[in-house]
Design a protein around this ligand. Structure first.
Ligand code: F6P
Length: 327
């Protein structure tokens, strides 16, 4: 164990995700447990540049475990992309004697921290916190489970009204370039079709599944569309179907940022707690420029380069199940 690090800074950056607070709490309390000081950096890299940094103790992170969002707030910083911005950030950390960093965020956050590590060799470790579940090196990212449950709850409600009015709904879910939320909320919500960026489904394929040209087709139905869909977003797909056939009464719901909020599920709370502790322990053990992950329910650490080299693939099994069940 390398116990040389005595002051650790923690921050959240990029899109917030339910469970980030549980991760912050775990980092702070693990620091207390291992007799290290912990500092919270507000608004991600923005706060690092401006010196907006507060001391945190075990008690200051009480009662946040169950809350959505992030008490440290989050931002996407353009200035940190410049060498001048990173220099300011480094000077502020040095002033307070912060020797190591724990970042909670997604690939943009990690890219910034990797650059910072290369320039200033400040020991750093990342915790994957994003609803997108788009990072390789971990089976799950913090927030993904909660966001998917939120999407399923919304889909169930939309199904009620779809059925009452015999309407076809296109429901768009988040995920940037990843179809994880879409595929699993689609399977769990019984969607007739699921459009994800990872699958080469054409508009004709979708049209065929809906059966608009057969009078016997179900009029009430639901299609889940990932925001990264390559054949058009929910509005455009709805328009394309309407242009080809007047068989359906079509409506569109874009779930949007609703999926980013809310109290984290038990799964995300436990995942965040495990990863937060693992981040502090990883730093103690000299694991730098890595991301904490969970693989087959075990904590793992992967180098930044490995994480960034590949897309988090959606398993073949889920894609197959979705196809079988959409008949
Ligand atoms: O990365 C999380 C995410 O919610 C994506 O799913 C989405 O594409 C993006 O962030 C939205 O970003 P913003 O909150 O800046 O609109």
């Amino acid at each position: 164990m390398n116990n040389k690090i005595s002051k650790i800074g923690v921050f959240t950056s990029g899109g917030d995700a339910p469970g980030m607070n549980a991760a912050i709490r775990a980092v702070v309390r693990a620091c207390t447990y291992y007799k290290k000081e912990c500092y919270g950096i507000m608004r991600g890299y923005e706060g690092m540049i401006e010196g907006d940094i507060v001391k945190l103790g075990a008690r200051s992170v009480g009662n946040i475990l169950q809350r959505g969002g992030t008490v440290l707030k989050s931002a996407r910083s353009a200035e940190f992309r410049t060498p001048e911005g990173r220099k300011k950030a480094y000077d502020n950390l040095t002033k307070l004697g912060i020797e190591a960093l724990v970042a909670i965020g997604g690939d943009g956050t990690f890219t910034g921290l990797h650059k910072f590590y290369q320039e200033y060799q400040i020991p750093s470790i990342c915790i994957p916190g994003t609803i997108d579940n788009d990072l390789s090196g971990t089976d799950y990212t913090i927030g993904y489970d909660t966001a998917t449950n939120t999407a399923v709850e919304a889909i169930d409600k939309i199904r009620d009204t779809a059925l009452s009015h015999n309407r076809l709904f296109f429901v768009e879910v988040m995920g940037r370039n990843s179809g994880y939320i879409a595929i699993n909320s689609g399977i769990a919500g019984g969607a007739a079709a699921i459009i994800i960026p990872e699958e080469n489904m054409s508009f004709d394929d979708l049209y065929k599944i809906l059966g608009a040209d057969k009078d016997t087709s179900k009029k009430s139905n639901l299609v889940v569309v990932a925001e990264g869909s390559k054949i058009g977003d929910a509005h455009s797909l709805a328009k394309q179907v309407a242009e080809r056939s007047s068989y359906f009464d079509i409506k569109v719901t874009v779930l949007g940022h609703l999926q980013r909020g809310g109290s984290p599920t038990y799964f995300d709370r436990v995942l965040a707690s495990r990863m937060g502790v693992a981040a502090v322990e990883g730093l103690q053990e000299g694991k730098y420029d890595v991301m904490v992950g969970i693989k087959d329910n075990k904590i793992v650490y992967n180098n930044f380069d490995v994480i960034m080299a590949s897309h988090h693939e959606i398993d073949e099994e889920s894609r197959r199940i979705a196809k079988i069940l959409s008949i």
